[in-house]
Design a protein around this ligand. Structure first.
Ligand code: FMN
Length: 218
């Protein structure tokens, strides 16, 4: 078997540029602009994002979740995903509400880093989204004790059958399942450039409402 030469895997990024004078003064408007461009460019799973949290031990953990909503026109302004509140990430966020989100869109040679404070969305918001999910996913939310150790796959399918039998018609939202919203205080937009001299434009919230925009060295 041939071992691929990982050390020689490299890409030159030359598609676009990003200047401090061309970005929106509001980072969520800038996010909206890039997100729409990613969708239009056909970036696969453009709404998948890495969520990094820190647990009680101080160890960071990261996993992918799906961005399901973001609002920049109404308060609270932030990014929303849905999960099991009792999962490892749920336990982490209960002790350390600071988290980081990361998007990587290779088609456009772009990365967005977002940091901020996370809180649960309202029960009404979680109910509304849960009601739009396919029945299989709704049953799955009941069946999976996310992040817990299973004896076998059979245990999971048995739980699925149990809950499918219990909820014959409408499936209510499990109390341990719902949304989180990260309200950002730091964002960074990265555009790949030639010779590894990439563009990095950061936004930091200073005071309550004023975003400081700075260029960072790549
Ligand atoms: C493309 C993709 C999308 C995912 N979306 C979600 C999601 O929206 N919510 C979720 O809880 N887990 C999602 N997962 C699974 C998580 O990555 C993770 O395995 C799970 O949430 C358990 O993480 P935890 O044990 O750190 O809490 C997704 C995984 C992938 C690869």
């Amino acid at each position: 078997m041939t071992i691929p030469s990982i050390a020689n895997l490299r890409q030159s990024y030359e598609r676009a540029s990003l200047g401090e004078n061309e970005v929106a003064s509001d980072p969520l408007v800038q996010f909206d602009d890039w997100f729409r461009q990613a969708l239009a460019a056909g970036v696969p799973e453009a709404n998948s994002m890495t969520l990094a949290t820190v647990g009680i031990s101080g160890r960071p953990g990261a996993r992918i979740v799906l961005l399901k909503d973001y609002s920049f026109e109404s308060e609270p302004r932030g990014l929303v995903w849905f999960t099991n509140y009792e999962s490892r990430k749920g336990q982490d966020l209960a002790v350390h509400p600071h988290a980081s989100l990361l998007f990587f869109w290779p088609v456009q040679e772009r990365q967005i880093r977002i940091e901020g404070i996370v809180s649960r969305v309202s029960a009404e918001e979680s109910d509304q989204y849960f009601a739009t999910r396919p029945r299989d996913s709704q049953i799955g939310a009941w069946a999976s004790p996310q992040s817990e150790v299973l004896r076998s796959r059979d245990e999971l399918t048995a739980r699925e059958a149990e809950f499918a039998g219990r909820f014959k018609d409408e499936v209510p939202r499990p109390p341990h399942w719902g949304g989180y919203r990260l309200v950002p205080d730091y964002l960074e937009f990265w555009q790949g450039r030639a010779s590894r001299l990439h563009d990095r434009i950061s936004y930091r919230l200073e005071g309550d409402a004023s975003w400081q925009i700075r260029r960072l060295a790549p």
